[in-house]
Write a protein that binds this ligand. Structure first.
Ligand code: OGA
Ligand code: MN
Length: 312
């Protein structure tokens, strides 16, 4: 079996084929897949044949799997590792409420998964079970975007750290939090530029959850974050992936951003399930700080008109 790699952009993203990933893999194949992932940042796997079991099993080749936060309402699947990125409830009906609309709006901002906790994500593996026509995910190359920055900007960024907060990106998506309320929620701190361990290349690490630059006036920090987020979103660094059932995309949150594309989620069913690997260099919080964050978020949801009290 020989693995075929077809680049999407010259420096970023590749479609991978020629290997069956539904069963156990040789050490050599695992190594090869990890190398391809490290080199290209985003890999697209068509018609994988994966189900929930084999999705979770395959994910483990990358490292420790983060457990998903509890969803509002009854969970749709048995595996605690599966994040529900769908617009469906446990009966398979489209969920159409204000909470869903706001969450989706937040997902349409460029972001890096779980940057709002220290225990942040490395790879995310998103498997399509059902897709509308249209409803892509967009990906952005934070390594090439860094490489291409003017030297003066690279010098300015050296040593800077950003504070990230889940409630900040929710506020930007339209959740009714005040700036002072966001202040009281947990924040993480990460370097604005880091060396991506898998490739040795430097990458930007900001996105929608990034709120402030440590030690910088709030407005100045905000302007810098916005300028860099806009820079990463330039056409030469981005591409969309459209899905059919069975397709999977793997992105490395430590060298990419992503955002959900536009589609009318109140009309079309979209069933996407995600597994996530913990950054091996991040602290392991044990019970999972991502869960704690979402628990806290659901406790604040009651103030949004039209929301039922979340049960989880
Ligand atoms: C995610 C995510 C985007 C999408 O699962 O982390 O941002 O297109 N998904 O579903
Ligand atoms: Mn995401």
């Amino acid at each position: 079996m020989s693995i075929t790699v077809t680049p999407i952009l010259p420096r970023f993203g590749a479609e991978v084929s020629g290997i069956d990933i539904t069963g156990p893999l040789s050490e050599e194949n695992k190594r090869e897949i990890i190398d391809i992932q490290n080199r290209w940042g985003v890999t697209v796997w068509r018609d994988t044949g994966l189900d929930d079991d084999s999705h979770v099993a395959f994910t483990r080749i990358f490292g420790d799997v983060i457990l998903a936060p509890k969803t509002r309402g009854r969970p749709r699947f048995a595996h605690p590792e599966l994040f529900d990125a769908s617009n469906l409830d446990a009966d398979g009906n489209i969920v159409d409420d204000e909470h869903r609309r706001l969450t989706n709006r937040g997902n349409r901002l460029w972001h890096s998964d779980s940057s709002f906790v220290q225990e942040r994500a490395a790879q995310s593996l998103l498997l399509c079970h059902e897709a509308p026509n249209g409803g892509p995910t967009w990906f952005a190359d934070t390594r090439s975007a860094y490489d291409d920055l003017p030297q003066a900007m690279k010098d300015r960024l050296a040593g800077l750290e950003a504070r990230h907060c889940y409630f900040w990106s929710r506020r930007r998506a339209g959740y009714p939090y005040t700036e002072e309320e966001v202040d009281r929620f947990p924040h993480s701190v990460h370097p604005v530029v880091h060396v991506h361990a898998g490739s040795g290349r430097k990458a930007l690490y900001l996105g929608a959850h990034a709120r402030d630059i440590v030690g910088m006036e709030r407005e100045e920090g905000r302007a810098l974050i916005e300028e860099l987020n806009d820079w990463v979103g330039r056409p030469e660094y981005i591409f969309p992936v459209e899905y059919r059932p069975g397709d999977m995309v793997i992105w490395d949150n430590l060298c990419t951003y992503h955002r959900a594309g536009d589609f009318d989620e109140s009309l079309h069913r979209r069933d996407m399930r995600r597994t996530t690997i913990r950054d091996p260099q991040a602290p392991d919080s044990g019970d999972g700080s991502v869960q704690a964050m979402f628990r806290q978020a659901s406790q604040t949801d009651g103030r949004i008109a039209g929301l039922q009290d979340p049960k989880s």
